[in-house]
Design a protein around this ligand. Structure first.
Ligand SMILES: Nc1nc2c(ncn2[C@@H]2O[C@H](COP(=O)(O)OP(=O)(O)O)[C@@H](O)[C@H]2O)c(=O)[nH]1
Ligand SMILES: [Mg+2]
Length: 341
């Protein structure tokens, strides 16, 4: 099933370029030499039949459409098990929240972010997992009353998230929240996200609503479109004809999310290589978010995406994703990851 999906996506992109190339080159000939140079036969059908390339392009297009329809039909009842994929009501009576904040040189943000989350109802513990910062991040985190885990070297974002998850499972919390330490997310958005945990296992924020975004955030036009298309690519991967897929996604890279602890317990080993405590991949925050969403879907977690606020980053992006060449590189890595996983 995964192979058919990959072939359909990759062939779509190739066919799109072939069609565009044909259209543009014929438009050029039409403008330069006039329509008569393109028209060989006397009827529309004859013109297609006598064409050098058009008949083959149309044949490929038709084959692609038929394959896509067959793919869609085979997915008619994909992920539609009444026990696993439909409404359930399971309120968390006594919410206790454990907040995971991975940090790397965030001295200008860390106090404000910790305080922001500590001020929220039901927050029991905030943990800073620091990636060997060279500034005062660790010292300031401790002075704010956060639990702090330090490392001897920078082992990447995923490693920090996994340490945070493992610590959360030892706590007596029942909800685990992930966030970043860059002041782009607001802790009071938890009030919008948490109610969905009554019906779902994981709630993911989406930063794709203009009216909830500050002007000039990291979400450039390139980011918004890239994120949206990649989100639809994931949705298509788990597509079912009945409900357009088991999950509706618009933002792939958002790490402001919350998950029920028992659900995290169910999936945590999927993030870690067998026989070692290393992450299965060593991604940045965007790829980790994608991995977590895909692992969640594959393990039948009910996931819902909720619009959240998004603010300008304070301080420099550690992933440098604000630079266009780097963002394109990330986009291609994310694309490859989604279709090949
Ligand atoms: N890039 C990066 N970020 C890390 C690392 N460890 C922790 N972080 C934190 O992960 C969050 C995401 O990084 P950020 O610079 O905001 O990336 P961006 O959202 O792509 O701009 C921030 O809170 C960082 O402090 C690391 O090794 N690399
Ligand atoms: Mg960030």
């Amino acid at each position: 099933m995964g192979l058919i999906y990959s072939v359909i996506v990759v062939s779509f992109i190739i066919i799109l370029f072939i069609n565009l190339g044909w259209g543009i080159s014929n438009l050029y000939v039409f403008i330069v030499d006039g329509i008569q140079t393109l028209v060989v036969g006397s009827t529309f059908i004859e013109n297609i039949f006598l064409s050098v390339y058009l008949k083959w392009i149309l044949l490929i297009d038709a084959l692609w459409i038929i394959s896509a329809l067959i793919f869609a039909y085979t997915r008619k009842f994909y992920m539609t098990d009444p026990q696993l994929h439909y409404l359930s009501v399971n309120p968390i009576i006594d919410p206790k929240i454990f907040v995971i904040i991975p940090t790397y040189n965030e001295e200008e943000n860390v106090e404000s972010v910790i305080q922001d989350y500590k001020n929220q109802k039901f927050v029991e513990e905030v943990i800073i997992v620091d990636n060997h910062s060279s500034d005062r991040t660790v010292e300031l985190s401790k002075s704010c009353g956060a639990t702090v885990v330090t490392k001897d070297e920078n082992k990447g974002f995923a490693d920090s998230c996994i340490i945070g998850m493992q610590e959360s499972l030892k706590s007596n919390s029942n909800i685990v929240v992930f966030t970043e330490c860059d002041r782009t997310y607001s802790a009071n958005d938890l009030e919008k996200m948490l109610p969905y945990l009554d019906n779902c296992h994981m709630v993911i924020g989406t930063r794709q609503r203009q009216v909830l975004s500050e002007e000039k955030t990291q979400n450039s036009m390139f980011f918004v479109w890239g994120n949206y298309l990649l989100a639809k690519l994931i949705q298509l991967k788990y597509f079912s004809l009945l409900h357009l897929g088991v999950v509706e996604l618009t933002d792939v890279g958002c790490m402001h999310r919350c998950i029920r602890k028992e659900s995290l317990e169910k999936i945590i080993e999927k993030f870690i290589k067998k026989n070692s405590n290393e992450p299965v991949i060593t991604p940045n925050s965007g790829l980790f978010a994608i991995l977590m969403t895909m692992i969640g879907i594959e393990n039948n977690l009910k996931i819902v995406e909720v619009p959240i606020t998004f603010k300008r980053r304070v301080g420099r992006s550690k992933t440098r994703s604000d630079k266009k060449p780097r963002a394109i590189q990330y986009g291609l890595t994310f694309f490859r990851f989604i279709i090949s996983r």
